[in-house]
Design a protein around this ligand. Sequence first.
Ligand SMILES: [Zn+2]
Length: 442
Amino acid sequence: MSLRFYNSLTNKVEEFIPNNEKEVKMYVCGPTVYNYIHIGNARPVVFYDLVKRYLEFLGYKVTYASNITDVDDKIINKAIEENKTEKEIASFYENAYFDAVNKLGSKRPDLVPHATDYINEMQTFIQSLEEKGYAYNVDGNVYFRISKIDDYGCLSNQAKEELTEGARVDVDLAKENPLDFTLWKKTDAGIKWDSPFGLGRPGWHTECVVMNHKLFGDSIDIHGGGMDLKFPHHENEIAQSEALYHNHLAKYWLHVGRVDLKGVKMSKSLGNVIYVKDLNTAKDYMVLRMLLLFSPYRSIINYSEELQGQYSKLYDKWQRALKQTKYFLEANDIKTLNVNEEIIERFKEYMDNDFNVQNVLMLMEELVKEINQNYRSKDYEKLALNVNTFVKLLDVLGIDFSLQELTPEMKEIYHLWDVARANKDFANADKYRVMLVEKGIL
Ligand SMILES: [Zn+2]
């Protein structure tokens, strides 16, 4: 078996064959930093981290890039509103973003390009489009000419005519076609750059293509993002890439579903938004990670307190099993470097099947049950094997129960507790138990 997943570009589950045998180049559209992220924004943060971890587990060398959009109308408006510079707004929310990424247990991407560091490259890119007839300038606004792209709509699987109909609502008379999108925006308010087209700023769709190309070259292996970015953002990225590089930018396009709140799409204007920063404890963050992780990645998650509650129970159950057994094994110096091959094989089989995380969840539940049984039946050899396997899989999933290494002093107390219990010395057993609870061991 080898890894297969759903390629949004072809609408098929396909075998994953990167351009460069064991190396993977992955780009995921990052946040526009003008506000805190909500639990829906957290989904790609968790999912693509899982993809990276799993590819590494399979032995690939992965370079994962995710950008920061630090220039945008929303940032400019917020800066005006709060009487700050765009840079102050952007760096404040970028810090808040990475704080959330970290608490959610996701690693920082290997490369974090900022749009404002690539303004010159974007201008050169837009000029090339203009020279080749793919762009036109109307009074300082530069638009992309989509009539030149035959298969425009290939990603969202819609005909150009259909998309044109949809775009007519927001008609801009300066454009040749309602679907033509802005490459360079003439601006009056807020931060702006001088350019051959006049004062202004680059369009969002151009940022990602230029940074992608600059960091990785002509074509990458995986381009990811939220499902809502398919159209127009990713469609427009592809159009620009076709124009200049004659490819679809990435071999595989991978999209993750959104998160609804009690059946309703989250929206700031409706006020039904849960911000990640409002989670209270480290456990809350990890519970959210598990909830996002174990939901089929292409489906909408219908978030509710009950759902969060279910995963909270699951967290407690797994943590209890791990704590009890890992510390017992450590205190008694029982260890193994081996893993339960059968479990590992099944894990791979499920993940290779378009990231079937629901089956992975059942497998983990089975493993926890077995660990508890091994402990009760005092089958310590098997226990060590299964606990080691569990720890390994938790690491691939990025689930962290923040367990510690036992110090010699803790080991000693653990033994004294064991001996007191065996001797039915309840007073001492209780005393040592309290000490272990205080240290977070029990
Ligand atoms: Zn993007």
